[in-house]
Design a protein around this ligand. Structure first.
Ligand code: MN
Length: 231
């Protein structure tokens, strides 16, 4: 027996979870062809949404979300073709949001990897979300609370019809959140690059690219970027 097979950085608590790559267990996704998903965050954990890492093989196609469910996807590796009102090619950094019932199919001609988040949409009278297709590279970054070393890129419009926000957040080495946050919103997160230390409640975790984190509402949270590359 190799003793390191018994070790993992994965931790799951009532109010937070850190899921690290050595713990990943893939499974098929209902309705998807030639695709496998690692479900990183899910309601059985206490979350109000589901966050997957999806691997599409050559010839793969997506299935539709369940009724009343909205979907956000972000391409991590490879290229996918998105068939909606128009046909769009999404490369890494490309993303799309679909309100419940917005028809679309995603196809991969070659292997691709996606971040996929789904949630039961909570309607608000007089407001409706719309389909959004974009590229992270085209979104203007905003210094977070005035810090030019912590750049936030909002990927979705800040409008009442949207019941969630999706952001990319880039920290330069040595940058950190300016305080320990505690707020009503919950978070799902995936580290795309770099790493650092995350405070989740009273626990402190080293984190790196490929890690996923769930934070329940009001969980005290803080992040500091360490290492020599941005996170
Ligand atoms: Mn927060």
């Amino acid at each position: 027996m190799k003793i390191d097979t018994a070790l993992s950085r994965t931790r799951v608590a009532r109010d937070h979870a850190l899921i690290t790559p050595e713990s990943h267990v893939p499974a098929p996704l209902v309705g998807w062809e030639k695709s496998q998903a690692i479900t990183l965050i899910a309601p059985v954990m206490g979350a109000g949404f589901t966050q997957h890492l999806v691997t599409m093989e050559a010839g793969a196609a997506s299935g539709a979300p369940s009724e009343g469910v909205e979907r956000f996807l972000f391409v991590l590796e490879g290229e996918v073709t998105l068939e909606a009102d128009a046909t769009t090619t999404l490369a890494p950094g490309g993303y799309a949001f679909f309100p419940p019932g917005a028809e679309h199919v995603l196809r991969a001609a070659a292997p691709a990897r996606l971040f996929l988040l789904e949630k039961v949409y909570r309607p608000l009278d007089g407001h409706a979300p719309k389909v959004v297709i974009g590229r992270e590279q085209d979104v203007e970054g905003q210094p977070f609370l005035g810090d030019p070393d912590a750049i936030l890129r909002p990927l979705l419009p800040d409008e009442p019809g949207f019941d969630l926000a999706m952001n990319s957040f880039a920290f330069q080495p040595g940058a950190s959140l300016p305080m320990v946050e505690s707020h009503v919103m919950e978070h799902g997160l995936i580290f795309l690059e770099g790493g650092g230390v995350y405070r989740l409640g009273e626990s402190w975790y080293p984190v790196t690219a490929g890690d996923a984190i769930w934070m329940a509402p009001y969980l005290p949270q803080w992040f500091g970027c360490i290492g020599k590359t941005p996170a």
